[in-house]
Write a protein that binds this ligand. Structure first.
Ligand SMILES: CC(C)(COP(=O)(O)OP(=O)(O)OC[C@H]1O[C@@H](n2cnc3c(N)ncnc32)[C@H](O)[C@@H]1OP(=O)(O)O)[C@@H](O)C(=O)NCCC(=O)NCCS
Length: 182
């Protein structure tokens, strides 16, 4: 996949180390909005740290353990999605997302995540696709619901963001459920 069209002017495509400068500028621009929910936004502060994150994902891709994509709207990087984890031998993976608030509210993330779940389940034979988010992250919860996922429970104090530990809701959709929920 070189590029997947989400709408007339939006596309989903691989985010790679050569995109580091654009990626870092984008994260600097959206940090205040995504910062409470996305740990990576505090790690990527300049081109070098952006390249390090994208290189880490290229290395994960080479090991078949993760992937990262960007969402470009009218040619400008406006957000992204990732397989934060991808465990083909166990048949499980987790999707993460973020978006510039200027691009929110148009279904771009829901569309992109549907493509990713389709690929994970139908092409890669995944049994379970997870979505983890803070119980306070209403917009992320709304995406999980729109994707037809089921809330399984809450992992308490599961991960730190900017030094503060967060609870994580765990949502999932199973391969057997996906055809009727997508
Ligand atoms: C989570 C986040 C990516 C969700 O973005 P979003 O724009 O709300 O989600 P979508 O792109 O799927 O858009 C959904 C909205 O578009 C509308 N929409 C329009 N056309 C649509 C379509 N074809 N399909 C789905 N939704 C559509 C929906 O009704 C919804 O509108 P609403 O905001 O009025 O309820 C965004 O809020 C964000 O970046 N938050 C900060 C980072 C973050 O929390 N990431 C997740 C961590 S777990």
């Amino acid at each position: 996949m070189l590029s997947l069209r989400l709408t007339d002017d939006a596309e989903l495509r691989a985010l790679e180390p050569w995109n580091a400068e654009e990626f870092a500028a984008h994260i600097n621009h959206v940090r205040e909005y995504i910062g409470p929910w996305i740990g990576m936004s505090h790690v990527v502060t300049d081109t070098e740290s952006g390249r390090a994150v994208l290189q880490r994902y290229i290395d994960k891709l080479a090991r078949d353990e993760g992937r990262i994509y960007g969402i470009w709207v009218a040619g400008k990087l406006m957000g992204g999605t990732l397989f934060r984890t991808f465990d083909a031998s166990n048949g499980t993976c987790e999707i993460g997302v973020w978006l510039d608030p200027d691009a929110a509210g148009h279904g771009l993330i829901t569309r992109a995540a549907r493509h990713m779940i389709d690929w994970a389940v139908c092409v890669r034979g995944m049994s379970r696709v997870e979505w983890r988010c803070s119980p306070e992250n209403e917009r992320s919860i709304a995406v999980a619901q729109r994707l037809g996922m089921t809330l399984e429970g809450v992992l308490r104090s599961e991960y730190p963001i900017n030094g503060t530990r967060q609870d994580a809701q765990v949502w999932s959709v199973l391969a057997s459920e996906w055809p009727s929920r997508k």
